[in-house]
Every structure is written in structure tokens, then in C-alpha cells.
Design a protein around this ligand. Structure first.
Ligand SMILES: [Zn+2]
Length: 203
């Protein structure tokens, strides 16, 4: 009859006797079946994460507290590397949890008014110190010039926004030569980039 204990003992003995050969075989196998090994590792990693989701979250939380600088640097690097995936997954999350996001951000706004006040006064200051002569008529002409299409994605705009090709925060001016109409999503995506920086990444 098969005896588990005996089998284990035999296996252990066999391993001791043939350690080198077994290790060499393992290395050879890993090299020859790279894809399978990778897949298996990823699967194992995923299921371990699922099993220990709670501990994992707790670990991440502690890391953020103990090494704030390092974690922030890592997350900046991560976001830069996965920009497009993150954009897609955020958009997906937003469209599926529209209401939740709205509630969360209005709660955040209420709890951190200083963040918004600071951003707002910075913006006002930027507008004050930049050349500022775009008239309403000029702006309307600009929109007509683009036939109501977004200057970047060339799709019809649901909501028309003003984009400063050189952002105000980077000493751009609020003048006709620096402002184009674009859709909300292109505007958020371009964010604080100059036109050139934006084109390099997305066009
Ligand atoms: Zn657009």
C-alpha cells in the first residue's frame, strides 16, 4: 500500500542525493519554458495577493507612513510608466461609479477647502500676471474657426473649454495667439503640458 510518510522520506533522500542535477534540471526547464513559468508565477502571485488582500493593504499603508518620500517617488514613476493604462482604467471606473466619485469628490472638497482656495488664488494670480487680452468676440471667432470641433482630437465638442497651448502656470498668456477650443477630456489630458509636450505623447 502507498505510504505517504515513506514516499516523503524517499523524496527527501532522493533530493539530497541528486541536489545538483535536480537544480540544473530546474534551471534548464525554466529557461526552456519561460512563458509557462512566467504565467504560473503570475497566477501564483495573483492568488496569493487575493488570499492576503487584507495584509497586503495593511503593508502598503505602513510603507506609506514609514517611507512617504520613497513611496511617493515610486508612485510618480509608476504613473509615468503606465499613463495610458491608468487613463483608461480611471475613465472606466468613473463611468461605472459616476455617482460614487461625485460624492467622494464633493466630500473631499468640503473637508479640504484650503486645497481649492490655494489652487484658485494661484490661478487668479497667473491670470493677473499674464498678458490678458482675449475678448469674448475673439474667443467666439476661434471656436467658429474650428467649426465647433476640438482642436486636438478633431471631434465635435460636447463642452467647449479653453486650452492655453502654453499653460498659464508656465508663463503662457491669455491671448488669442495662445488659446484654442478643445473638449473637456483633451483639456484634462493635456493638463499642464505645453502643446509640444502633448503632441510628443499623444499625437
Ligand atoms: Zn478633444
Amino acid at each position: 500500500m502507498w505510504d505517504k510518510k515513506k514516499q516523503d522520506e524517499y523524496n527527501a533522500k532522493y533530493y539530497l542525493l541528486h541536489t545538483e542535477a535536480l537544480k540544473a534540471y530546474q534551471v534548464k526547464y525554466n529557461i526552456e519554458h519561460k512563458d509557462i513559468v512566467k504565467k504560473r508565477q503570475a497566477k501564483c502571485y495573483r492568488s496569493r495577493r487575493e488570499l492576503h488582500a487584507e495584509e497586503e493593504r495593511e503593508y502598503q499603508r505602513r510603507q506609506r507612513i514609514n517611507y512617504p518620500e520613497r513611496m511617493r517617488a515610486y508612485s510618480v514613476k509608476y504613473r509615468a510608466r503606465h499613463r495610458e493604462e491608468l487613463r483608461i482604467s480611471h475613465a472606466k471606473y468613473y463611468s461605472e461609479h459616476h455617482e460614487k466619485v461625485r460624492v467622494y469628490s464633493s466630500k473631499y472638497r468640503a473637508e479640504h477647502p484650503e486645497v481649492y482656495v490655494a489652487a484658485r488664488s494661484k490661478r487668479v494670480h497667473q491670470l493677473k500676471t499674464s498678458a490678458f487680452d482675449l475678448t469674448t468676440a475673439q474667443w467666439q471667432e476661434r471656436i467658429d474657426e474650428f467649426n465647433g470641433y476640438c482642436a486636438y482630437c478633431l471631434r465635435p465638442m460636447k463642452k467647449v473649454t479653453q486650452d492655453h497651448m502654453t499653460p498659464l502656470s508656465r508663463n503662457g498668456n491669455h491671448t488669442l495667439s495662445n488659446v484654442v477650443p478643445c473638449c473637456q477630456s483633451c483639456n484634462s489630458r493635456k493638463n499642464k503640458r505645453t502643446l509640444l509636450e502633448y503632441i510628443r505623447i499623444y499625437v
